[in-house]
Ligand binder design. Sequence first.
Ligand code: ARG
Length: 466
Amino acid sequence: MNKKLWSGLFTQPVDEGVAAYTASVHFDHRLWEVDIQGSLAHAHMLAQQGLLSPEELKQIQHGLEIVGQEIRQGEFTWRIELEDIHSNIEARLIELIGYSGKKLHTGRSRNDQVATDMRLWLVKELTHIQQLLRYLQLALVELARSHTETLMPGYTHLQVAQPISFAHHLLAYVEMFKRDEQRMQEIKARTNTLPLGSAALAGTSYPLDRKLVAQLLGMVDEEGGEQICQNSLDAVSDRDFIIEFCAAAGLCMVHISRFSEELVLWLNQNFAFIRLADKYVTGSSIMPQKKNPDVPELARGKTGRVVGHLMAMFTLMKAQPLAYNKDNQEDKEALFDTVDTLTTTLSIFGNLVKDGVSVNAHNMLEALRQGYPTATDLADYLVRKGIPFKDAHESVAKVVKLALEKGCGLEQLALPELQAIDGNIGSDVDEVLDLVSALKRRNSLGGTAPEQVKRQIEEHLFRLLA
Ligand code: ARG
């Protein structure tokens, strides 16, 4: 009972430390559902090819159903000496149905089995991640919708540069998450390819029908054509799909992290651009006045570990000879943690944006004013009146100095005050200094003008609600 599956050859039981060191069942049990799914498809195909009798197939199907129930109900006994999820399920199957259970492994190795499981598992998770990304984008677009005219400072070098709308700022993140969603789709399409049928490394002498297995597992392209790994050595050893997923996940977390950094800034008392609903902030054990932005801070921190997993996966692969090596067992915890971190983060951010953010438009406007964001517009206005830019630049510098002294915005200076600095300034300057007009003027494709932003919002909604 305690003997390992291959122990006919062995004269000693495996060292306990070694058994614990090489085991993966304490983390790879998460693959149980896709492992059974793969086994059912393999068994079905074996029967089709005459390698299992219809009766044996029935027994295997029945046995795997019981195993699935036991696992789902928490009644399954995981045995560390059986190393991994694959051997645990198979051993239990044999316990339940006996002889025919032993036939399931015909033409199959754990090497092509685990590669198949990992792909099936990731494909499902990718679909979930895409849904979460769409939910977050929709929440951002919905919030943007009510802020196409809400003025805020646009920054370069984190210094006030030009007026933008809050909606325009939010839509920049929608673009990032849209690309993330596309990347996930591309990775999903490549991941959804079948290794099973490659056996240990070299293929098998059994007449397997890999196309049938691919169809049964939904490993098909958009036209329904089977996607099958074409080289058995590559099939059992390739983990590119994990590496590229970790890269895409890392990049998505970097986008979340940039957004988090801005949330933290906007929540700072000296900005106070937004408030977060109490259910999304946390208190301090010592300072009663505090409401801390722990969620964005943690997301910023967790970005580090996701990027770290990518480095781990690169390093895992870099010196592996063909074909399968046990190194690959190390792909699991990194992948699982990447998926867990990304999905929980995306889901919290979707909710937080949907119902947690309230905007303090007054403070945004004040911060904008204090940065004299229409100074360039005023210089351009003087240039249009025929003044050389150098002189215009000098005049505007004086205007800014006056506004600084008076502690007001450029648009709040009276016309005679402006004319005392530069006689070329006329009453038509109001339009130039008006912040709303300055926003509307930036009406180039992709610009911050409400007309542009509203069009972008319509396009996003059309795409996200389709
Ligand atoms: N638990 C192993 C893994 O995760 C399964 C494959 C083991 N194959 C082998 N020949 N030892 O990679």
